[in-house]
Design a protein around this ligand. Structure first.
Ligand SMILES: *[C@@H]1O[C@H](CO)[C@@H](O)[C@H](O)[C@H]1NC(C)=O
Ligand SMILES: *[C@@H]1O[C@H](CO)[C@@H](O)[C@H](O)[C@H]1NC(C)=O
Ligand SMILES: *[C@@H]1O[C@H](CO)[C@@H](O)[C@H](O)[C@H]1NC(C)=O
Length: 335
C-alpha cells in the first residue's frame, strides 16, 4: 500500500520534471544572455562593421540548400500546380489542395528580378523613432517591410517612403479592415502607400487566414491596384523555421522579420536590417516602444525575439549582414 502510494507520487514528480524541462525548452531564458549584457555588447561594438563576402556567400548557400528561396518563397503556378497539397505550416496536420479556385490567383513564377543588389529589411521596432534612417533605407535597391507598417509623413525621416515587398498578416485584415467582408475601399486606399510593391501574405499558414488572404487578393485585383499579391509558400516558411531552430531559435513561430532577413540573405548581394530591437531599453538607456508607431512596450513571450536578435547580432558581427541600431549617419552631399 505504502509502496504503491510512493510509486504514484514518483510518477507525479517525474511528470512535473518533464513539464518543467519542456517549459525550459520552449522558453529557454536561461540560455540567453541578459538584455542588459546584450545592450552593453552592442554599445561596445559601436559602429564598427566590415562586410564579409565569405559569410555572405556561405549563408546564401546554406539558405539555398535548405529552403531554395528563389523557387520556393512564394506560392507559384510552377511550384504549386493543380492538385498539389499545401500543408499549413502553422497548424497541426491541416492542408489545402490547389484547385481551380486558388490556382488562377498564383503568379506564374518568381517575379523578382534576381539577383537583388542592396536590400533593406525594415523591422518595426521603436528604435527607428528619431533614427533619421529614412534616407538610408530609401537608397536601397530593394526594400522589404513587415506587416503593413504606416509610412505617413510623420515617419518619413525615420523609415523612408519606398517599398518593394511588404508582408501582411491575415490577422491585420481582420482587425483593421473588418476581414474585408464590407467595404474594400479603406483597404485598397491604405495600400496605395506601398506603391507597386509585392504584398506577401502567409495565406496558407493558419487555416483562418486563408479566406481573408484570398479576399485581399480580389480586393486588389478588382481595384486594378498596382500591387501584386504573393502568397507565402508554407513549405518555405516551414524549412526556414527548421533552419533557425537548428541554430537555437525555439519560438513556436519565427517572427516575420526573421523570415524576411532569411529571404534577403538568400536573394540579395548585401543586406542591411533596420528596426530590429526587441528590448524595452535603447542604447541610450531610454525606453523603446514595441513599434515605431505606438507606445506599447515589448511583450516578452510570444516570439523568441531576443533569441532571434542574438542570431542577427552574430551575423552582424561576422559581417554577413549589417544591422542599424542607432542613428543613421547624417546625409552627406555626395552619397
Ligand atoms: C566571415 O564569415 C565566415 C563564415 O561565416 C566566418 O567563418 C569568418 O570568421 C568571418 N570573418 C570575420 C572576419 O568575421
Ligand atoms: C473547376 O473545375 C470543376 C471540375 O473540374 C469544374 O466543374 C468547374 O466549372 C471549375 N470551376 C471554374 C471556376 O473554372
Ligand atoms: C499605378 O501607377 C501609375 C504609375 O505610377 C499611376 O499613374 C496610377 O495612378 C497607379 N494606379 C493606382 C490604382 O494606384
Amino acid at each position: 500500500m505504502l509502496a504503491r502510494c510512493y510509486r504514484g507520487k514518483l510518477s507525479v514528480w517525474a511528470a512535473l520534471c518533464v513539464l518543467v524541462l519542456c517549459w525550459f525548452y520552449i522558453f529557454p531564458v536561461y540560455r540567453l544572455p541578459r538584455d542588459k549584457d546584450i545592450v552593453e555588447e552592442v554599445l561596445r561594438q559601436g559602429d564598427a562593421w566590415q562586410k564579409n563576402q565569405t559569410g555572405i556567400d556561405l549563408y546564401r548557400k546554406l539558405l539555398t540548400d535548405c529552403c531554395d528561396p528563389r523557387r520556393m518563397f512564394a506560392v507559384t503556378k510552377e511550384n504549386s500546380p493543380m492538385g498539389k497539397v499545401l500543408w499549413y505550416d502553422g497548424e497541426f496536420y491541416h492542408s489545402r489542395t490547389v484547385t481551380n479556385d486558388t490556382y488562377p490567383l498564383f503568379v506564374q513564377d518568381n517575379p523578382l528580378q534576381l539577383p537583388l543588389k542592396r536590400c533593406a529589411v525594415v523591422g518595426n521596432s521603436g528604435i527607428l523613432r528619431h533614427s533619421q534612417c529614412g534616407h538610408d533605407i530609401d537608397q536601397a535597391d530593394f526594400i522589404m517591410r513587415c506587416n503593413l507598417p504606416p509610412l505617413s509623413k510623420e515617419y518619413v525621416e525615420d523609415v523612408g517612403t519606398r517599398s518593394h515587398l511588404v508582408t501582411a498578416n491575415p490577422s491585420i485584415i481582420e482587425k483593421r479592415f473588418q476581414n474585408l467582408l464590407w467595404s474594400r475601399k479603406a483597404f485598397v486606399d491604405s495600400m496605395k502607400a506601398y506603391g507597386s510593391s509585392y504584398i506577401y501574405m502567409p495565406a496558407f499558414s493558419m487555416k483562418p487566414g486563408t479566406e481573408p488572404s484570398l479576399r485581399a487578393y480580389y480586393a486588389l485585383a478588382d481595384a486594378s491596384s498596382n500591387l501584386t499579391m504573393l502568397f507565402a509558400n508554407p513549405d518555405f516558411l516551414a524549412t526556414v523555421g527548421k533552419f533557425w531552430k537548428a541554430r537555437g531559435v525555439h519560438a513556436r513561430r519565427l517572427s516575420t522579420g526573421l523570415f524576411l532577413v532569411s529571404l534577403a540573405l538568400g536573394l540579395c548581394e548585401e543586406v542591411t536590417a533596420y528596426g530590429f530591437w526587441p528590448f524595452s531599453v535603447g542604447l541610450d538607456e531610454r525606453p523603446v516602444s514595441h513599434h515605431y508607431y505606438d507606445n506599447i512596450l515589448p511583450y516578452k513571450w510570444f516570439h523568441a525575439m531576443p533569441e532571434e536578435f542574438v542570431q542577427l547580432w552574430h551575423l552582424h558581427k561576422s559581417g554577413t549582414l549589417r544591422m542599424r541600431l542607432g542613428h543613421c549617419p547624417p546625409r552627406s552631399g555626395g552619397s
